[in-house]
Design a protein around this ligand. Structure first.
Ligand code: PMP
Length: 321
């Protein structure tokens, strides 16, 4: 679907997957005015296709658009575009354990000019690809980035824009060099507060009954994060959003006060964290870094709702016929 400052949204269309032709002066190539979402469609063996909270993705998309000075997309148009593509591709959605159709709605500035100003033209698209399970059952190791930050107060950390990920690529490469699967970013000001991972939010289990996570502000407001908080409260845990200093995390893990840590997001769903590595050493979580009981229970609860094997008491799941 195209947007122009005079016409608004126009020309919705479904076209075969293929390259785009862009003028070399297309604004996004120079000033990175671009936002996206990540979603998954699950197909069960009875052939029902389910999306998890698509209206939450639509709302976050518009929050990102507002921060990036881009056009607002009516939420029903966002959801309808996603539904249309899922209907077309439904036969390609694998039904195996953890498998799904990954959906990537995105929008970029396609005005043609050089000059630092918001574009008068945007293109919104959705592409899709079948994906396997991200979760191997094994805990991931996380590299704590002390050299690079992802987001500063007043910046774009809470928006899902490509520039945030570009800024984190070097830190992700550093994580790989240290044989870690993911990077953990600290805050940009004091360089000690835990923020989030490269593509996931982070949680800790403290004193066996409290689930803690960093507050919103400079991090992405994860839809999985929100669902985890809701479900954990329902399972009887106390859920706390509070600033978490990385040195305190190391100390609490060493003393056994923190017994589990996990990452969550659309791609990874809920993935246990086995250890944090940093320049000065390694901090192991729990006994052997395996899937702890709280992480496992939350993961099962979420996966069962997403796949339609547990009741959807929150109206989170949209079925597509
Ligand atoms: N933080 C970042 C930086 C992410 O890229 C993602 C993935 N979208 C998340 C957190 C988790 O968000 P969600 O649960 O909405 O997928």
């Amino acid at each position: 679907i195209d947007w122009n400052i005079d016409k608004g949204w126009y020309n919705p269309r479904v076209v075969p997957y293929g390259p785009l032709s862009l003028d070399p002066a297309t604004s996004v190539l120079h000033y990175a005015q671009e936002i996206f979402e990540g979603m998954k469609a699950y197909r069960s063996t009875d052939n029902v296709v389910r999306l998890f909270r698509p209206e939450a993705n639509a709302a976050r998309f518009n929050q990102s658009a507002a921060r990036m000075a881009m056009a607002q997309l009516p939420e029903d148009l966002f959801v309808e575009a996603v539904n249309q593509l899922v209907r077309i591709d439904r036969g390609w959605i694998p039904t195996g354990e953890g498998q799904s159709l990954y959906l990537r709605p995105f929008m970029f500035a396609n005005g043609v000019y050089l000059g630092v100003k918001p574009s008068s033209d945007y293109l919104f698209m959705v592409i899709a690809s079948p994906v396997g399970s991200y979760f191997s059952g094994k805990a991931v190791n996380v590299w704590v980035s002390e050299n690079y930050t992802r987001a500063a107060p007043g910046g774009t950390g809470a928006a899902k824009c490509g520039g945030n990920y570009a800024a984190g690529l070097l830190a992700q490469a550093e994580a790989s060099e240290h044989e870690c699967d993911q990077v953990l970013f600290l805050d940009a000001v004091e360089r000690k507060w835990v923020e989030e991972m490269g593509g996931m939010n982070i949680f800790f289990v403290r004193d066996d009954k409290t689930i803690v996570t960093p507050p919103l502000g400079t991090i992405l407001p994860g839809i999985t994060r929100n669902a985890v908080m809701t479900m954990a409260r329902e399972q009887g845990y106390t859920v706390v959003e509070e600033p978490l200093a990385i040195d305190q995390i190391y100390a609490d893990a060493a003393s056994g006060r923190i017994t589990e840590a996990f990452a969550c997001g659309t791609a990874a769903v809920i993935t246990p964290i086995g250890a944090f590595r940093h320049a000065a050493g390694t901090c192991r979580i729990g006994l052997d870094g395996s899937n702890g009981p709280v992480t496992g229970a939350l993961r099962d609860g979420l996966v069962n709702v997403q796949r339609g094997t547990a009741p959807d008491t929150h109206g989170w799941v949209h079925t597509i016929d």
